[in-house]
Design a protein around this ligand. Sequence first.
Ligand code: PGA
Length: 255
Amino acid sequence: MKGLPKSKKIIIANWKMLPITLAEAKKTFKVIKSKKVNNKVIPVICPSYLHLAELSKTYLGNKIKFGVQDIFWSDKKQHTGEISIAQVKNHKVEYVLVGHSERREVGETNEMVAKKMKHTIDSGLTPVLCVGEAERDRRGDYLKFLKQELVESLAKVSKKQADRIIVAYEPIWAVGKGKKPLGTYEIHQMTIFVKKILVSIYGRKIGMEIPVIYGGSVDADNSKEILEDGEVRGLLVGRASLNPHTFTDILKSVS
Ligand code: PGA
């Protein structure tokens, strides 16, 4: 499976540790699946592992895809507390968030991210590599940080496999409660910067084609503008994705 067909945009819901109960998760999902989805958008729900099996079981359509928020880097080695790709594949999972800033915050390194990227691709799923700086400085050191994060996280992804990945640019300071998204002009600039790095790794033809999406305080009020003026191929949505009405409004911003 290829990362993202050229004609489509991807909108990923990252539910993190919410909702608390399965009943609430089912209710939220029920509203989302009851709405008509434009065929130019691929909606992906990344629920908690606890709710994944049940939600995927109740869904018989194929418009909405499932993803997970993290994965272990090996199916062979038994590792306490981890989840394998073999397990999630049984529950219709096609996408894996890799290296989300909240995982990096608890110690995930670029080296670990690189192993997860490779294992996800080798297993036939699509990894969404999350990158982003914690803060900005005037000297532009954050650009060096971002470059290193991309280069090291992609160290095990070959040129041949590069068309299978999606990159999510999420400036950490824009993620979470009380934060604001980056301006659309800056989002566009950052996608160009990310593409430049991807081109330096994989060459112009392949690097330019890798889809870059944006995450960090996306809501129904700003999603359309970010998609259009930010010129991104999709969105990674946290808080706003837990309200099914808001999430479906965000899906509608793809035209
Ligand atoms: P947010 O989270 O939309 O709540 O800022 C985004 C994310 O964590 O991926």
